[in-house]
Design a protein around this ligand. Structure first.
Ligand code: CA
Length: 368
């Protein structure tokens, strides 16, 4: 049925139902609910159609629009189209748009606690972030935090574990970080500072030229799938693993709280479950595409793949604990979120060893 026919049909159906409702036939509320249409805007911190992240936002909008049969349509705006990337949070907060897509650590200036909902160095991996948010108390805390800004928070994607970054010199000891200008946002950047480096925050679109011109010495971005697309191999020789600073970064979608609460129950459920589908789908996309990208980087582009030494990782781990404790001491809410996060990490350390890590070791005994 075309959109016009559908509208005519609904109009007639409403009149007919109103007539029969008077004699006691049920069904009127459903038809009335179907009448009301919601047109939402989603502003994003990514360039439009940006691989993995921008396309994740597009998928989410599509799920909601199609699952609702067009009763709730979501139009996606790339960074700068409606508002600049880093103004998305305020724009949704004041209702200029109803939804915003980004990563919670971009809003650390609003509250330090936001960073726990994106990525914590040596924190939770992707599976554990899902566990904490959906079943470990994380969602309730995130909602409490965002309610102060008139927002409702959702996890809407996960990159999985990232890579340690691109360098033009080897990192053999922690002292090799001294004086290094490296692009790394969030808590990871604070950890780098303690290792003697200068962390730089740059939006995705500016990283490549900064690396090529020597304005920065090193950078991290996401992982092989995204990094190959950016062409970082043309400007740096060494590709280090693992991404200790972003073990399972959550992408978020925040929704204007009033707009969300103004939806009928079924549309709210569609929004809730579209978010979960988008979360899972993004993680699956990265999981499926990282390895072939990595093989291309090494075999075709001659990238030198290197692992950070245990000593470097252990020192970064120690710095990271100091940084996180300082964040926790910043305000009451940050302390509260840290307490919950830390307890979840503790239980994850235990189960991961027996569960996922235990299995990975077992598999590698036979399958090399
Ligand atoms: Ca990153």
């Amino acid at each position: 049925m075309s959109e016009n026919n559908r509208r005519d049909f609904l109009k007639k159906a409403t009149l007919a139902t109103a007539a029969v409702a008077a004699v006691g036939t049920v069904g009127a509320p459903a038809v009335h609910a179907a009448e009301k249409k919601y047109r939402w805007k989603m502003v994003t911190t990514w360039p439009k159609n940006f691989p993995g992240l921008g396309t994740g936002a597009n998928n989410l909008a599509k799920y909601i629009t199609e699952m609702s049969g067009g009763r709730l349509t979501v139009k996606v705006y790339g960074a700068g189209e409606l508002v600049p990337a880093f103004e998305c949070f305020d724009a949704v907060s004041r209702g200029t748009a109803q939804m915003g897509h980004g990563a919670a650590y971009y809003w650390k200036g609003k509250s330090a606690a936001t960073q726990f909902f994106a990525a914590v160095p040596f924190g939770l991996n992707a599976q554990e972030m899902g566990g904490w948010i959906y079943h470990g108390g994380g969602q309730e805390l995130w909602d409490e935090l965002y309610a102060e800004f008139g927002l409702k928070a959702f996890a809407a994607g996960n990159t999985g574990v990232q890579m340690g970054g691109w360098f033009n010199k080897e990192i053999n000891s922690i002292s090799d970080y001294k004086g290094l200008k490296m692009r790394m946002p969030g808590l990871g950047g604070e950890v780098l500072k303690r290792a003697g480096a200068t962390p730089v925050s740059l939006p995705g679109g500016e990283i490549f030229t900064s690396l090529q011109s020597g304005a920065i010495d090193a950078t991290e971005w996401v992982g092989p799938y995204n990094d190959l697309a950016f062409g970082f191999y043309k400007a740096a020789k060494y590709y280090y693993w693992p991404g200790w600073h972003e073990p399972g970064t959550v992408l978020e979608c925040f929704v204007n709280k009033k707009a969300y609460e103004g939806l009928p129950t079924d549309l709210r459920m569609i929004v809730d479950h579209a978010m979960k589908a988008a979360y899972q789908d993004m993680l699956a996309e990265f999981t499926a595409k990282n390895n072939s990208a990595l093989v291309q980087l090494v075999d075709k582009h001659g990238v030198k793949l290197k692992r950070f030494s245990d000593d470097v990782l252990a020192k970064m781990g120690k710095f990271s604990q100091e940084v996180i404790e300082e964040v926790a001491a910043k305000d009451k809410m940050s302390g509260k979120v840290y307490k919950s996060f830390n307890a979840f990490r503790k239980q994850s350390l235990n189960w991961n060893q027996i569960g996922e890590a235990g299995y990975s070791l077992a598999r590698s005994l036979t399958f090399k």
